[in-house]
Design a protein around this ligand. Structure first.
Ligand code: AHR
Length: 517
């Protein structure tokens, strides 16, 4: 074979392999968004948060103490954090853990400060805490924020009596030993706590139980949990599976009477190697890819856990609560008591945007989710350094996505997604609010390439469109105490609406929320 014939043949083979993917990458991604058909509401509780006694989340984070004269506070909780959380409309807050919850004895955190015993935080850094932040502080904070409290009860090292005493203390409005004690401690009205977790990660830090053993424990605890009026006002949440532990969900769904269980939990963190989670800021392209690969697995986990729940509960009585999720990296070494303290970059924007789209799209069964964690821990929305406070890029995602809270889900279908190294590049969810405003949230996870997306919105009556974008030049960009506004949302105009088709050029690694009226 002559050299020129050989070169020609080789070039044809290369073109045959490369050309289709090049063409595909250039083709617009098409998305159909339809009218809301089966009336699925996106529960506002999908936008929930989680605050554990861990590192600087509570002490030296959210809570600086009532005697603090330097940092303005309300009952010891920083005013700047309260204002930032109010802006997010946080619907619920889970507390006191996490693993800490199964070591926590609530009675040690009420009554006069000077009488409270200390507690050693055995899971997180072995620090000694003085129990100064307790039930009253937490429930009053929730009241101030207009958020539903979600109390995670101690099953691992607690008792049924301890839990039902806590319920009586927080919820009983009549005469009873615990309600009277609450009044003595300064609170007349009950707080009416609705959400109660029966242990946390009972397959791990909550007691290393098998699913079969936990079923019996759960049934016993749930039997004694009451809202005092038997009105069904109390919501009992079973400690759920980790990631793809489908056996756990199946065992619970099959063996716990559904009249005793209102929700099953699920925990899933975007971690690619538990022994080497990688840095929160100085990560490379490869680590970014692996993080996104893990984050996108949420779609598969939720789909499969929901399928099991559908099998045992076709009428949808039991909800799925993803009550811990987020990115988890190696902690920043230089931060004092910085247990699980990490920075938050554009990678976290990509994780939050895609995962929240998954939750929105599965809103029929996913009724609550809790980002881990709220302040100074894991994928936090807020970071503090003494009197300074900053909002992370993830804060801005939660703020942009809050428009979906309690809106009606609009079914969206991506018809030909383009790929980012084998991962779907584009993610979408859409909803219609009470005032008929439509919101479409789009994420392009590709680290380098923009994508043109054509969204068919002919079924929706949209005329005036505006949009916000959250992105930055580099994936590693983040907000710091010296540069707190490096990553903030901005106005976005690179779209056209013509004959019911919305054409958008979505830049690399960016998140966009469109609003149409
Ligand atoms: O959020 C940090 C920890 O992750 C929680 O305490 C635990 O529930 C999970 O393993």
């Amino acid at each position: 074979m002559r050299i020129s014939t050989y070169v020609l043949k080789y070039a044809k083979v290369v073109l045959a392999i490369v050309l289709p993917s090049v063409l595909l990458a250039q083709q617009p991604v098409t998305i159909q968004i339809g009218k809301s058909t089966d009336s699925v509401q996106i529960s506002k509780h999908i936008y929930g948060h989680f605050a554990e006694h861990l590192g600087r989340c509570i002490y030296d984070g959210l809570y600086v103490g009532e005697d603090n004269k330097t940092i303005p506070n309300t009952e010891g909780v920083r005013n700047d954090i309260i204002a930032a959380l109010k802006e997010l409309n946080i619907p619920n807050l889970r507390w006191p853990g996490g693993c800490f919850a199964d070591t926590y004895h609530w009675k040690d955190g009420v009554g006069p400060q000077e009488d409270r015993p200390t507690i050693v935080n055995r899971w997180w850094g072995g620090t000694t805490e003085d129990n100064s932040f307790g039930t009253h502080n937490f429930l009053n904070l929730c009241e101030e924020l207009g958020a539903e409290p979600y109390l995670s009860a101690n099953v691992g090292s607690g008792t049924v009596q301890e839990l039902i005493d806590w319920m009586q203390y927080t919820n009983h409005d009549g005469v009873s030993p615990m309600a009277d004690w609450r009044r003595e401690n300064g609170r007349e009205e009950p707080w009416d706590v609705k959400y109660w977790g029966v242990g946390n990660e009972t397959w791990g830090c909550g007691g290393n139980m098998t699913a079969e053993y936990y079923v019996d424990i759960y049934r016993k605890y749930a039997t004694f949990m009451s809202d005092w009026n038997n009105t069904g006002g109390v919501y009992r949440i079973a400690s759920g599976a980790s990631e793809d532990d489908y056996h756990w969900t199946e065992t619970l769904m099959k063996n716990v009477p559904h009249s005793l269980m209102d929700a099953v939990a699920l925990h899933d963190y975007a971690v690619f190697d538990w022994n080497a989670k990688g840095p929160s800021v100085n990560f490379d392209e490869e680590i970014y890819f692996k993080s996104m690969e893990q984050a996108l697995r949420m779609e598969e986990y939720v789909t499969k856990h929901v399928a099991i729940m559908d099998k045992y509960d076709p009428e949808g009585r039991v909800d799925l609560f993803v009550d811990e999720w987020g990115g988890w990296y190696d902690a920043e070494p230089e931060v004092q008591n910085g247990v699980l303290y990490q920075q938050n970059t554009i990678r976290d924007v990509m994780i939050a945007g895609t995962v929240l789209n998954t939750f929105n799209n599965h809103a029929k069964r996913v009724k609550m989710a809790n980002l881990a964690q709220m302040v100074n821990v894991l994928q936090a929305v807020i970071l503090t350094d003494e009197e300074k406070m900053i909002k992370t890029p993830t804060y801005h995602v939660m703020n942009m996505y809050k428009v979906h809270q309690d809106a009606m889900l609009l079914p969206s279908k991506i018809e030909n997604n383009s790929q980012f190294r084998g991962l779907p590049a584009i993610s979408v969810s859409a909803s219609k609010g009470v005032d008929d405003t439509v919101h479409i949230s789009l994420v392009n996870i590709d680290s380098k390439e923009q994508r043109t997306v054509e969204v068919n919105v002919a079924d929706l009556d949209i005329k005036n469109l505006t949009a916000q974008i959250l992105t930055s030049e580099k994936l590693q960009d983040h907000n710091s105490f010296n540069d707190p506004e490096k990553v903030v949302p901005g106005e976005f105009k690179d779209f056209k609406l013509r004959k019911g088709v919305l054409s958008i050029d979505i830049p690399a690694h960016s998140l966009i929320v469109l609003e149409g009226k």
